[in-house]
Design a protein around this ligand. Structure first.
Ligand SMILES: Nc1ncnc2c1ncn2[C@@H]1O[C@H](COP(=O)(O)OP(=O)(O)OP(=O)(O)O)[C@@H](O)[C@H]1O
Length: 893
């Protein structure tokens, strides 16, 4: 009986003709392989009547020979088979061991026979026993210049797969089985092998835990580049051309990080103060970290792994897998709104998520993007746990929410300019940013509209601009929430066409949509059913057959009519579901199979900022000023409001204005001084709060999105406080200037001229009430709710000024009054004006029973002003806390 020798991934197995061998990912397979594209039971090899044959066991991704998928094939010496992918799948090479074979039949003859039987695809070279071809490749690799393209499977003679080149085993050793006691093919001395030797403790399989998780990342990918790490030499990575390793990308700093040698042949990675951070196994590096053989280092969209003294680079060009496993979201007292949803998406796919209202589409989107992680289940991006490595992976994700994420007042160009400033590293030159903006505008055919205001664009164009904004940073995954809602069918088609193009260009695009008209453009459709479970996932053209209906309208009617049916159960019992799960399982790194402990805990995205804090603040302030400046109506209103409020105070008849009556006037008190001050103070309260009350709610979607891309919460809040604070202070000056213009004032203030001193307090009051307005803005869920709250706030302030009735010595009311900005505002101005003695006392029989907060002293003035500002400060903290609620959960710190 002829024996056959199987060579794969640097190992050899001598196959006994008296038995058969299964190959698959299953641990129980005779030859167990961890390539995710290989099915659990992928194929069987057996000797059938003296001829060796392989039979595919219904694998999901197929078995290939001669460049085509095969079901059954006779094999022999020289046969080459690939599993899971026609060109890059795990390669099996067969050679014959002809015990007692006639001497006349030489290798060439056998090869010729084999060529007739199995054929050889172009570029696939025959192996020679003893791994000679491996040697050839490895020697070539050893002579590799410092920067070379990575070896690609099938490119060179007998080139091992990428994983093999890295010294990783795609095949699990199963020593208990005769077929699974592989002997290492002669492995030549290569830098990689030398590295292996140094790490003599290196386990056969990746260990569990973060390092193990990292090691399993690239079992099916070849490095896109291999770089030599010379002993004793540093290797600096960055965007600038004078780095030893130049890495392009919007998230890479000019001088980003450096690999530095350590004694004992080890290396450490040192972050050079990069703007977007350097990551090891998805976690940000705190300045420096020693790198082990299984660690992966993330810089921008590139990932690096050490292999001996070589550094392998894996560039994320978008062609990576994306998998959701058992995603479940519960709310309240355990109500499930997303129920065990699983699906896997091949690279470069366009996926539509459809379903009736309330079926959990938005919940799913939030779970997939990490905005609101699922309570159970995993999202795997390129086999990496998105939730655990959100800090690094969030940069690969683009999300276009339902609402526009642009300031409508800005032109397309200006809006993108600010977005690029906020998202790109601070050391990106203006020319680089402009080049990228030009690129995306061209890609989305928006050049002609770049000078137009976003508000003036059509719905479809506006959606394109939102997509353009997200594409600035070259995400590999693009999620869109109902981009075609409100668009006519023509625009619906054009947006879907655009998404198709984006997917074809090398991205995975997932779109939640209500429109079923253009589903045929998608590669897959996920149908969500009432209750938050998946009812179908697969090709769109098979979906209606699956439901047994002729139209989507019928399917949706069925959902409505049979709302309580177990749609998820029906899906899970289907053959299509089995196929879907087989694909998903194949995407799971071996140590992450269900039941295995999670490899990494979910981590908060403690993220470095794309720009420094000051840089972000400056950009945000400039953008805010641009938004205000481009809205002339708003600017006019900002000036008109204080002018009117100051003006109406002038209408109050008051002979002595805000001053006490002169001794010779015959009057002791000036009642009107209190009334004038009340109008000015309440006007300022209203003005300050009105400035800010819609500010946060109106751009909440923008904030949420920008926060997910690394915006600093405090920089954002501070930009509002500074710009609105300055505007409010200016309004305070206008109110006072107009209000005081026709009034007499006391000749002497406590510290400054009276008008200035009162103006300082009124402006401080405006500042505090502006912050109070921000509290309202951060609190409400819809802009409509801000107006009633603003009115309520203003009326309450009137009551608590302390001018209308006696507040002090009124237990309860006095203490509530301490919480009111107007109380301290009137008190501060009242100390300067000596209002306690100018207004008549509350009880004429007790002329000395005066408001202690109005005492005409410098100390009391300072206290009043200080408390006023302290209330503002507290409001600021409250706003920051409330803003947290509107952030992606993983970003909350
Ligand atoms: N935080 C929450 N607390 C309680 N129930 C919630 C919460 N969020 C969502 N839900 C409920 O979960 C269900 C799914 O909501 P989701 O917004 O994901 O549906 P949808 O399919 O996107 O709906 P639509 O198409 O109308 O946007 C709905 O019934 C919704 O009321």
């Amino acid at each position: 009986m002829p024996e056959l020798v199987l060579h794969a991934n640097g190992r050899t197995w001598t196959l006994d003709a008296s038995r058969s061998y299964t190959i698959g990912r299953d641990q129980q397979a005779d030859i167990s392989c961890i390539d995710r594209r290989v099915s659990r039971r992928h194929l069987v090899i057996r000797c059938d009547g003296g001829t060796w044959v392989i039979e595919d066991l219904g694998s999901a991704n197929g078995t290939f020979a001669e460049g085509r998928r095969i079901q059954r094939l006779e094999i022999g010496h020289g046969s080459i088979v690939r599993l899971g992918d026609v060109s890059t799948g795990t390669r099996l090479d067969f050679t014959g061991v002809f015990t007692g074979a006639p001497a006349a039949v030489g290798d060439d003859q056998v090869r010729a026979d084999a060529r007739i039987r199995a054929g050889l695809p172009q570029g696939e070279a025959r192996p020679s026993a003893g791994g000679a071809t491996d040697r050839g490749t490895s020697e070539a690799a050893a002579a590799t210049p410092p920067v070379v393209p990575g070896p690609r499977a099938g490119e060179g003679p007998g080139a091992p797969t990428g994983a093999a080149a890295q010294g990783d085993d795609l095949f699990r050793p199963l020593p208990h089985h005769p077929a699974s006691a592989p002997t290492r093919a002669a492995v030549p001395t290569t830098p990689v092998a030398a590295g292996d030797a140094r790490d003599s403790h290196r386990p056969e399989e990746p260990a569990a835990g973060p390092r193990g998780a990292a090691a399993a990342l690239f079992v099916d990918r070849d490095p896109s580049g291999v770089h030599r790490l010379d002993l004793g030499q540093r290797l600096r990575i960055g965007r600038a051309q004078d780095n030893e390793l130049v890495v392009e990308g919007p998230y890479v700093s000019r001088y980003h990080a450096e690999f530095r040698p350590l004694p004992g042949g080890r290396f450490e990675i040192v972050d050079l103060g990069s703007h977007n951070g350097t990551y090891v196994n998805g976690q940000p590096v705190d300045r420096r970290q020693v790198i082990g053989p299984y660690d992966i280092v993330g810089v921008g969209h590139s990932t690096f792994r050490l292999a001996g003294d070589r550094l392998e680079e894996f560039v994320d060009t978008g062609e990576v897998s994306f998998t959701a496993r058992n995603l479940t979201v519960t709310v309240g007292r355990g109500k499930t709104i997303l129920d065990d949803v699983s699906f896997g998406v091949p690279e470069k796919s366009l996926v539509a998520v459809i379903g009736p209202s309330g079926s959990g589409k938005s919940t799913l989107l939030r779970a997939l993007t990490g905005y609101r992680p699922a309570d159970r289940g995993q999202v795997l991006y390129d086999h990496r746990d998105l939730y655990a490595q959100f800090a690094e992976l969030r940069r690969r994700i683009g999300l276009v929410p339902q609402d526009d994420i642009l300031h409508k007042e800005l032109t397309v160009d200006t809006a993108l300019k600010y977005a690029a400033r906020l998202r790109f590293p601070g050391d990106t030159k203006a020319a680089e940013r402009k080049a990228r903006i030009d690129e995306v505008l061209q890609e989305l055919r928006l050049d002609a509209h770049r000078g137009k205001k976003v508000a003036s664009l059509s719905g479809g164009q506006r959606k394109r601009v939102s997509v353009a904004l997200e594409l600035l940073t070259k995400p590999s995954l693009l999620f869109l929430d109902e981009p075609t809602s409100g668009l006519d069918p023509g625009l619906d088609r054009s947006v879907m066409k655009l998404l198709r193009e984006l997917a074809d260009d090398g991205r995975t695009v997932l779109v939640v949509t209500h429109s079923v008209a253009e589903l045929s453009m998608c590669d897959r459709v996920l149908v969500m059913a009432p209750g938050g479970s998946a009812a179908y996932f697969g090709p769109p053209d098979e979906a209606l057959d699956f439901f047994g209906h002729d139209s989507w309208a019928d399917v949706f009617s069925a959902f409505e009519d049979h709302h309580d049916d177990d749609w998820g159960g029906r899906w899970r019992a289907s053959r299509q579901y089995e196929r879907c799960i087989a694909e998903i399982d194949s995407a799971v790194p071996p140590q992450q199979h269900p039941g295995a402990p999670a490899t990494q805990p979910r981590a908060r995205a403690l993220q470095p900022k794309p720009q420094g804090w000051i840089g972000q603040l400056w950009t945000l302030m400039r953008r805010y000023v641009s938004v205000i400046a481009s809205d002339r109506g708003f600017m006019a209103l900002m000036l008109l409001l204080p002018a009117v409020l100051g003006g109406v105070s002038c209408l109050i008849p008051a002979k002595y204005g805000l001053a006490p009556p002169p001794p010779d006037s015959g009057f002791r008190y000036n009642q009107e001084s209190g009334t004038i001050l009340l109008v000015l103070v309440v006007g300022m309260c209203f003005s300050g709060a009105a400035n800010s009350v819609r500010e946060l709610i109106k751009e909440r979607v923008i904030y949420e999105r920008e926060r997910a891309t690394g915006l600093s919460r405090s920089a954002y809040l501070m930009s509002k406080v500074i710009v609105l604070g300055l505007i409010t202070a200016l309004q305070g000056v206008i109110i006072c200037a107009i209000g005081f213009s026709v009034r007499q004032l006391p000749a002497q203030g406590l510290l400054m001229p009276t008008a200035v001193e009162v103006c300082v307090v009124v402006s401080a009051l405006g500042f505090t009430t502006m912050l109070f307005g921000l509290v309202i803005s951060a609190l409400v869920r819809t802009p409509e709710k801000t107006m009633p709250l603003l009115v309520m706030f203003a009326v309450v302030q009137v009551v608590f000024t302390g001018v209308l009735f006696k507040l002090f010595d009124s237990p309860g009311i006095e203490q509530i009054g301490w919480l009111m900005p107007a109380r301290w505002g009137v008190a501060g101005a009242g100390t300067t004006l000596d209002l306690a003695h100018t207004m008549p006392p509350w009880n004429l029989d007790k002329p000395d029973d005066l408001d202690p907060l109005w005492a005409h002293t410098v100390t009391q003035w300072g206290i009043d002003l200080g408390v006023l500002l302290a209330i503002g400060l507290i409001c600021g903290f409250v706003v920051a806390r409330l803003l947290r609620r509107h952030e992606p959960e993983v970003m909350r710190d």
